[in-house]
Ligand binder design. Structure first.
Ligand code: 1HE
Length: 272
């Protein structure tokens, strides 16, 4: 597996001019690093716009993406310096822009893995919850200080974070300012993998490289259909599952992979 990171070539179109992000590639995996460490990667309007631009312009050569944060923290959430002057209408547009960006991550063309370390707070946790998988280092901590700041989640956290950890835990975090550490985050379902400090990126790249070898249509079905089916009634969900599975198994990639197993050319499932 190729997990050596290289800078993106200057010819990478709209991705070549996003100074608040650092973009690198490892084979077919794109690594997007929030690059505003002096402000703890707080999400300003400009950073949000650049993140959105990156995810809606992913070159088709990438099969998976990893998102991480430069410096001591993954992300300190909303840039509080930009909040004070917004009126209600501007606040609505702002929240919709966050939701559009995070929809572009969750419902974009490739699986996305977030590497979490240090502060993963407010909008930072909303961003993390838009990824499909999360790898947390020991230093990670999670908080939703919106309650104490007199605001509310506006970047889809009420939908995505509550689905990860449950409404009751999210209510506790928002009402009391409760902070969870990496082990609690792992136990409560925020992270899928919990690793030592400094190991998060390598783990995420290894996972992304493996995911990138799956059939693209399977990955797409997993990331697009599963969350939508979870939003449906059981009956509608089962019908969508039938549609999705028949589309996936009708694809040439499925036929080749099943044939490879039957011909003993593909790996067996191994107990780890
Ligand atoms: C910021 C921000 C920010 C840091 N907006 N500037 N988010 C919060 O309520 C979290 C606020 N931040 C913190 O609690 C702490 O900064 C951290 C725990 C994340 C990191 O602490 P530390 O000691 O490493 O850094 P610091 O010294 O507090 O901050 C360094 C600089 O970053 C400092 O600026 P400087 O000019 O004085 O150097 C901080 O002001 C700046 N900074 N965090 C703006 N968030 C779509 S709705 C989402 C709603 C939310 O996200 S609410 C949660 C907001």
């Amino acid at each position: 597996m190729n997990t050596v990171l290289e800078p993106l070539p200057a010819t990478s179109g709209p991705l070549a001019t996003l100074p608040l992000l650092r973009l690198e590639q490892a084979g077919s995996v794109l690594h997007i690093r929030l690059n505003r460490p002096a402000k703890r990667n707080a999400v300003s309007d400009e950073l949000l716009a650049q993140l959105h631009t990156a995810f809606v312009n992913l070159p088709a050569t990438f099969r998976a993406a990893v998102i991480s944060g430069e410096g001591e923290h993954f992300c300190a959430g909303l840039d509080l310096g930009e909040v004070a002057e917004r009126n209600v209408s501007e606040g609505m547009q702002h929240s919709r822009a966050w939701q559009a960006c995070f929809d572009a991550i969750q419902f974009g063309p490739v699986p996305v893995i977030a590497v979490l370390h240090g502060a993963v707070v407010g909008g930072g946790l909303e961003l993390a919850s838009a990824a499909h998988l999360r790898v947390a280092e020991a230093s990670a901590f999670y908080a939703l200080p919106e309650g104490t700041r007199g605001i509310f989640v506006g970047g889809s956290g009420s939908v995505r974070i509550s689905r990860l950890i449950g409404v009751a835990r999210m209510t506790d975090m928002m009402l009391t300012g409760r902070v969870f550490d990496a082990d609690e985050g792992q136990a409560f379902g925020i992270s899928n993998y919990r690793v030592a400090d400094g190991d998060g990126l390598a783990k995420a790249l290894a996972l992304a490289s493996k995911i990138a070898t799956n059939a693209p249509l399977s990955n797409y079905a997993i990331t697009q259909a599963l969350p939508r089916i979870a939003d449906l009634s059981a009956s509608d969900g089962l019908f969508m599952e039938t549609l999705m599975s028949s589309i996936a198994q009708g694809d040439d990639a499925a036929k080749q992979r099943v044939r490879a197993f039957l011909d003993k050319r593909a790996d067996k499932v191994q107990k780890t």
